[in-house]
Design a binder for this molecule. Sequence first.
Ligand code: UTP
Length: 296
Amino acid sequence: MPVRKAVLPAAGLGTRFLPATKAVPKEMIPVVDKPGIQYAVEEATRCGIEDILIVTAPGKEAIADHFAASERLEAQLRSVGKNDELALVRSLSELADISFVTQTEPLGFGHAVSLASEYAGDEPFVVMVPDEIVPEPLEHEVEPLARMIEVFDERKAAVIVVQEVPGEEISAYGVIEPGESWGDVVEVRRIVEKPRAHEAPSNLAARGRYIFTPDIFDALARTPGGIGSEIQLTDAIGLLAAEPQGCLAFVYAGTILDVGKKIDYLRASVELALRREDLSKPFKEYLMERARSLEP
Ligand code: UTP
């Protein structure tokens, strides 16, 4: 069965981004001029996925509003002849077929994924963490999710994406023990959530894109609450890796931008602004001038 569906867990508390996230969902914080979650929806559609489930939480209604049609705003823009803006607003509600499920308590990333079981039915699906932005690839770059879908189509096993991470940062991630490898794909023997640097089984850290078959729901059901008693997706992936069909990782050397932490958010904003045709020139000039003023 082809991969047609994507699940975007967006029900977390976003405590690392307080105070902004007190009243505004983390996923709605703009990165340049779009809410972070819009980048994930656009990435899905670039890979041919237009059926999307967003896992949301009470108080995060702004996410659904962002992707819904707004007759009032559209009528106002039309009446003042703001046609470009009207087209922009309209395009949001036409981007994809988006449905929502509510996670009433923040019981963890893994729990949020488990709420997608009815939506997935018997189909494989993608999980995309909206805190991680994969910019539209430049000419020489691959689209990581598209490559993962290719690997899934060939091998029919769960596929995650991993990146090489420097030693001092490895403890922030789920880290794989790689087995056999085939070019840019490696077998996942084991995965450890947030290991101490000297205990990490490799420097390959899982990032926020996954392809699962519905087997993940059974694995999640067998996963006890892990660190901080939240149900961790990493633990369920570990169970899949131990089963005969196994789990594969696509080793990606390109750009994935984290926006869930303040310093990473700042870096991501700079990176995305530099990739924008309409902004890159004046923004680069400003950055260079600013860098010169910072020199000792
Ligand atoms: P994070 O680990 O970033 O947690 O979740 P968080 O709560 O959003 O943020 P912090 O750590 O408090 O700053 C990874 C992804 O899983 C979702 C989040 O919305 C984010 O996209 N998530 C997390 C849920 O959907 N539900 C949860 O209970 C926890």
